[in-house]
Design a binder for this molecule. Structure first.
Ligand code: 0PR
Length: 387
């Protein structure tokens, strides 16, 4: 640290110039990420209420009420007006809280959790930190978890099953109603990771597409992750954990007695936590209503289908599977997919590389003009590699 600080203007100038070299969502070049430009209203309320801390919740009863209303709206979206939960730092915290609750309520000594091979790496972190054994189960030909293998993996140590509604790699939805049947039969906690799909599937359904049941409408779905900072257009950090009822949430609640606002209860990993995040999510839910989210999902899906069709028209390339949501997996039986990704990155496209495919996520900041420019570069790369 310098002895004497710099003037604000020189700090700002330095930041502008250094950070301008990084990728931005608004450029349309980030096409492999699940984040997007936060909506202007969310930016406005976020900065306006930046000082609010939900960690000392008794200082802000109005804010606590706003969080409850936010969870109630999300609960209604996921077929459960009685859902209880919190806006947290992201999908990682939400998934970890869900498994923590399952572990605490199970009272078993050696806990195992059954997780699809396609699940996000946050479950590896959760299992490692909570001391759970993770049992990874393979996928069927449609990249969904193999339900029979899940059933066979259940044993006396199993405490929970995880299903994903919108996998990180391909946006696939696991056969949740079958997982629910197993969870009912074996008396297990079923956690649904809809970190991405939570803000897509309900609106796709309203748009008239056939969407499998994945939410609290299914028995034994005990918790759901749904992240506003993905398709909800909220500023980072804003994840969501919803429990089926208050007693599940209470399983991870901690009493803190000495705070400025008085005694409080925290059921999140973070102590001090952003009230501004909650306020921004509340503002967006109120401002957008279902209709605006439907419009956003519809326009992302239109571009996704167009992109999927165009990829199939390029010699040597194919899609991994028909897109369920606004994620396209691109593979090649001829070219080394790593080389393609490398060449695209040299052309300043931020694509995401999985072991066997390149993932494109058509977020709201991605417009058709970006997709066209991208396809042009992709064709050039394939021509060059094809030689
Ligand atoms: N569950 C699923 C299904 C996810 O896809 C993700 C993250 C998580 C949980 C964890 O969420 P948090 O990252 O909020 O803790 N999915 C994105 C991914 O791994 C996160 C991301 C977003 C990564 C933007 C990069 C990026 O530029 O791809």
């Amino acid at each position: 640290m310098e002895n004497e600080g710099l003037p604000q203007s020189s700090v700002l100038n330095e930041l502008e110039s250094r950070l301008s070299r990084d990728f931005t969502h608004s450029s349309g070049r980030i096409i492999g990420s699940m984040c997007t430009c936060p909506h202007p209203l969310a930016r406005k309320v976020y900065t306006r209420f930046l000082d609010r801390n939900l960690g000392d919740s008794e200082l802000s009863p109005a804010l606590v009420k706003l969080e409850k209303e936010t969870i109630h709206i999300l609960g209604l979206l996921l077929s459960n007006p009685k859902a209880s939960g919190h806006i947290v730092t992201g999908g990682t915290e939400a998934n970890t809280l869900a498994l923590w609750a399952a572990k605490k309520l199970s009272k078993k000594n050696h806990c195992e959790v059954i997780v699809p091979a396609s699940a996000h790496y946050s479950f590896d972190k959760a299992a490692d930190s909570l001391g759970l054994k993770m049992v990874k189960v393979g996928l069927n030909s449609r990249f969904q978890v193999d339900v029979e293998a899940v059933e066979k993996s259940v044993n006396s140590n199993t405490i929970a099953i995880v299903g994903v509604a919108g996998t990180t790699g391909l946006g696939v939805v696991d056969p949740m109603s079958e997982l629910s049947e197993i969870a009912v039969e074996k008396d297990l906690h079923l956690h649904v990771d809809a970190a991405f799909g939570g803000f897509v599937l309900p609106f796709l359904k309203e748009l008239g597409f056939s969407v499998p049941d994945f939410d609290f409408s299914l028995p034994r779905v005990c918790s759901i992750t749904i992240d506003p900072h993905k398709m909800g257009l909220a500023p980072i950090p804003a994840g969501g954990i919803l429990f089926r009822n208050e007693s599940l949430r209470k399983a991870v609640a901690w009493n803190v007695s000495y705070l400025a606002g008085g005694e409080t209860e925290q059921a999140t990993f973070a102590g001090t936590r952003s009230g501004a995040s909650v306020i921004a999510v509340w503002a967006l839910l109120k401002h957008f209503g279902k209709e605006s989210y439907k419009r956003i999902v519809r326009s992302c899906m239109r571009l996704t289908w167009k992109l999927a069709r165009e990829i199939q028209n390029i010699n040597g390339l194919d899609i991994v599977t028909e897109p369920t949501m606004n994620i396209v997996g691109r593979k090649s039986g001829i070219f080394d997919i790593r080389r393609i990704a490398q060449e695209l990155r040299l052309r300043k496209w931020a694509v995401s590389l999985f072991p066997n495919h390149i993932r494109i996520v058509v977020m709201p900041h991605v417009k058709w003009q970006h997709i066209e420019e991208f396809l042009e570069d992709l064709k050039n790369v394939v021509n060059e590699l094809g030689g």
